[in-house]
Design a protein around this ligand. Structure first.
Ligand code: ADP
Ligand code: MG
Length: 620
C-alpha cells in the first residue's frame, strides 16, 4: 500500500497552531504587548477598533528589528529569546515560544513596521494568511508597530464564535490591565474607537493601580511587603471593608507575569479569615519574585498557570505576609468583640460568645409582609392556588389534607382563585397546618410534607425566582416606581465600570433608578426602585457590573433579563438567614405562584421532592 503520511503545508500548520495561541482579540493584544515589553519599550500604545475585530495595533519605542529579523519574526519557532532548552529555566522575557507572530499572521492581515535605533530607515512587511504580500524600506520612528486587521478572516467559524463587542473589549481591557499593572515603569496608553480609554504615565505601583481602578482605590490599599530568601512579595491588598462581591480585582504576578492560582488565592483568603462579610472577596495586587529556576511556566500554552517547586512554602509565606500587613495597618485590631452582632458590620467573628442572633429579613424586600394571607382567621378550609401557574406542582399538595382531615377537607373542595397574587398552598386552619408545617433546616432549606413524601426548598434560590419574576414584570411594563432619595447618593466606580453603567442606564431607569449625573469616575443617584433599600444600591450596581462583565451573551441575551437576574441575586434572602414560620410559608406560596417555580433564574433547581418510597428504601 502506498505511503499516506505527509507533512502539513506551513500555512495549515500555522493555522492549527494559531488556534492555541489566539482564541480571541484579547490574545493578540496580550502577545503584542508582551513583545513590546520584551523589546525594552518605555512607551507602548494600544489602539483598538471594534473590540479588536477590525484593528488591533501596538506601537512601541523599543529596540526594533533588523530587516532579516523582521522577516524571520513571522516564522514559526523563530525567537530571539531562548537558544537552548536550558534557557527556559532562566527566562526573563515574556515570550519564548516564537509562535505568536507566526500564528497571528496565519489568521489575520498583519502589517509590521520596525526600525532599530541606529538605522536611518526601517522595514515594512505586509503579510496575510501567512503569505508575504510586500516588504519594503520605510521611514518610521524607532521601535515597532504591529497592526492586526480582520482577525480570523480566513476562519469564518472562529470569527462567528466571537462574542459581542462589549464582551471582547472587556477581555482586551483585562489583558491590558494584567500587563500594565506590573510594568509601572512603562508609559501605557489605550485608545478605543478613536478615544483614549487609559493613559498610564510612568509611576509607582500604588499610583498605577489608582490610575487604572480609579482615585477612590487609593484609600482601600494596604501595602504588603516581605523579603525572604525564597520569595519576595510586594504589592497591596484591599481593606476588608472594601471587599467586593466579585473576584474582579485579584491579581497575582510571578516574576512580572500575570498568573492564576487557586492555591495561592486560598492563601490570601485564609489570611482574611474572619475579616470579610460572607460572600465577598478581598482585592489584591501582589507581585511575587522567585528564582526562575524554581518555577515552570511551560505547562500552559497561554501561560497563565505556572508550576512552583515548593508551593507549600509559598502558601505559608504569602498567608503570613498578608496577615501581618492587615494586623500592622490596624485592620485586624479593629475587631470589637463586644459589638452587637446585628450591626451591619463587615466582620463576622467565629469565636464570639454565642448569643441568639436576631436576624432581620431585609425590610423593603420582604415578600411576606406585603401580602395579607387569604382566609386568615376564618374557618374556611380551602387550598387556594393562583390559577395560571398552578400547572405541575399543585399535585404535590393536592389531596394531602383529605388524608388527615377526612370530612373537613376534600379534594373536591379545592378551589382556584385567579385574582390572588399569592397562591396559598397552606390552608390556614390549625388542624390542617399540623400537616403542612414547614421546617427550616440549617437556615438554608425549607422542608415541608407533601402528598407523596417531602419537599425541600432552597430558600435563597426560591426567593431569587420570586424577585426575578417580579422585576421582569415591572421592567417590561416599564412601570418605574421610583423612590426619591433625601440626599443624592454619590457612588464611585472605575472608568470602565462607568462605561458599563452607561450601557445599562436606560434599562436601570426603567426599574426606577434616577441618575442625576454620570461623571468619569462616579455617578450621582437621586432615585432608586421602591423595592431597593438605599444601603444596597452600591452592592447591586457592583454586582450588576460584574455580571455584565462576565456574561457570555447568547442569542437570548437581554439587558433587562440580566438586570432582573442580577438584582434578584443581590436582594434575595440569603442562606443562613433564619425565617419565621409565616415567612417560610409565604416564601413557599410565592414560589409556587411563579411562572417557573422549579428553577432559579440561573436554571438551578429551587426545590427537590423525596417520595415516601424513596425514604422507605433508605430504611431497608
Ligand atoms: P517570542 O516572543 O516567543 O519570541 P514572537 O512570535 O512573539 O515570539 O516574536 C518573534 C520574535 O520577533 C521575537 O523573539 C523578537 O525577536 C521579535 N519581535 C517581536 N515583536 C517585537 C517588537 N515589538 N520589537 C522588537 N522585536 C520584536
Ligand atoms: Mg512574543
Amino acid at each position: 500500500m502506498a505511503d499516506i503520511i505527509q507533512l502539513l503545508p506551513d500555512h495549515v500548520a500555522n493555522q492549527i497552531a494559531a488556534g492555541e495561541v489566539v482564541q480571541r482579540p484579547a490574545s493578540v493584544v496580550k502577545e503584542l504587548l508582551e513583545n513590546a515589553i520584551d523589546a525594552g519599550a518605555s512607551t507602548i500604545k494600544l489602539i483598538i477598533k471594534d473590540a479588536g475585530k477590525t484593528l488591533i495595533q501596538v506601537i512601541d519605542d523599543g529596540k526594533g528589528m533588523s530587516i532579516t529579523d523582521a522577516r524571520l519574526s513571522f516564522e514559526r519557532h523563530a525567537t530571539s529569546k531562548i537558544r537552548t532548552a536550558d534557557d527556559l529555566f532562566q527566562l526573563d522575557t515574556k515570550g519564548f515560544r516564537g509562535e505568536a507572530l507566526a500564528s497571528i499572521a496565519a489568521i489575520a492581515h498583519v502589517e509590521l513596521k520596525t526600525k532599530q535605533g541606529q538605522d536611518d530607515v526601517g522595514t515594512a512587511i505586509v503579510i496575510e494568511g501567512s503569505e508575504v504580500v510586500s516588504q519594503e524600506v520605510v521611514v518610521t520612528p524607532k521601535g515597532t508597530s504591529v497592526s492586526v486587521k480582520n482577525l480570523f478572516f480566513n476562519i469564518p467559524a472562529r470569527r462567528n464564535f466571537l462574542k459581542s463587542n462589549a464582551v471582547e473589549l472587556r477581555h482586551i481591557i483585562d489583558e491590558f490591565h494584567r500587563v500594565a499593572l506590573v510594568h509601572c515603569d512603562i508609559h501605557f496608553a489605550m485608545y478605543n474607537n478613536g478615544s483614549e480609554t487609559f493613559n498610564l504615565p510612568v509611576s509607582n505601583y500604588r499610583q498605577r493601580i489608582v490610575n487604572i481602578f480609579g482615585t477612590k482605590t487609593n484609600e482601600k490599599l494596604v501595602p504588603v511587603n516581605e523579603d525572604t530568601e525564597v520569595l519576595k512579595i510586594s504589592g497591596f491588598v484591599g481593606k476588608p471593608e472594601f471587599a467586593k462581591k466579585t473576584r474582579g480585582e485579584q491579581y497575582f504576578f510571578v516574576n512580572n507575569r500575570f498568573i492564576k492560582s487557586a492555591y495561592l488565592n486560598h492563601a490570601i483568603a485564609s489570611a482574611f479569615d474572619g475579616l470579610l462579610k460572607s460572600g465577598t472577596h478581598a482585592s489584591y495586587f501582589l507581585s511575587l519574585t522567585v528564582d526562575p529556576q524554581t518555577i515552570d511556566i511551560n505547562i500552559h500554552p497561554t501561560k497563565t498557570e505556572i508550576k512552583f517547586d515548593d508551593e507549600h512554602t509559598l502558601y505559608a509565606l504569602l498567608r503570613s505576609a498578608v496577615k501581618h500587613s492587615l494586623g500592622q495597618f490596624n485592620i485586624a485590631p479593629v475587631l470589637d468583640f463586644d459589638r452587637d452582632s446585628s450591626l451591619d458590620t463587615p466582620y463576622h467573628f467565629d469565636k464570639k460568645a454565642t448569643s441568639t442572633p436576631t436576624i432581620e429579613v431585609d425590610r423593603s424586600f420582604n415578600p411576606f409582609k406585603e401580602e395579607t394571607r387569604s382566609g386568615g382567621g376564618t374557618s374556611t378550609k380551602h387550598v387556594s392556588f393562583k390559577k395560571e401557574p398552578a400547572a405541575n406542582w399543585e399535585s404535590l399538595y393536592v389531596g394531602l389534607e383529605s388524608k388527615g382531615n377526612k370530612g373537613h377537607q376534600d379534594f373536591s373542595e379545592v378551589h382556584f382563585e385567579s385574582e390572588e397574587t399569592t397562591a396559598s398552598v397552606f390552608a390556614d386552619d390549625k388542624a390542617v397546618e399540623q400537616i403542612h408545617t414547614t421546617y427550616q433546616l440549617h437556615n438554608k432549606y425549607i422542608v415541608s410534607t407533601i402528598k407523596s413524601g417531602m419537599l425541600v426548598i432552597d430558600q435563597h434560590r426560591a426567593h431569587q425566582r420570586i424577585l426575578y419574576e417580579d422585576f421582569l414584570k415591572h421592567m417590561t411594563i416599564k412601570e418605574a416606581v421610583s423612590q426619591q432619595l433625601l440626599f443624592p447618593l454619590q457612588l464611585h466606580f472605575s472608568v470602565q465600570e462607568i462605561q458599563i453603567l452607561n450601557q445599562l442606564k436606560e434599562d436601570l431607569e426603567h426599574t426606577g433608578f434616577v441618575f442625576s449625573n454620570v461623571l468619569e469616575e462616579s455617578v450621582e443617584i437621586t432615585g432608586v426602585p421602591v423595592s431597593v433599600p438605599e444601603s444596597e444600591v452600591s452592592i447591586i450596581l457592583e454586582q450588576l457590573i460584574s455580571d455584565v462583565e462576565n456574561e457570555v451573551p447568547d442569542a437570548h441575551f437581554s439587558a433587562t433579563d440580566l438586570l432582573a437576574k442580577s438584582m434578584a441575586k443581590s436582594l434575595a434572602i440569603k442562606t443562613g438567614q433564619a425565617l419565621q414560620k409565616d415567612e417560610q410559608e409565604h416564601l413557599v406560596n410565592k414560589l409556587f405562584a411563579c411562572k417557573e417555580p422549579s428553577v432559579s433564574p440561573t436554571n438551578k433547581a429551587t426545590f427537590i421532592t423525596m417520595s415516601v418510597d424513596e425514604l422507605d428504601k433508605k430504611f431497608i
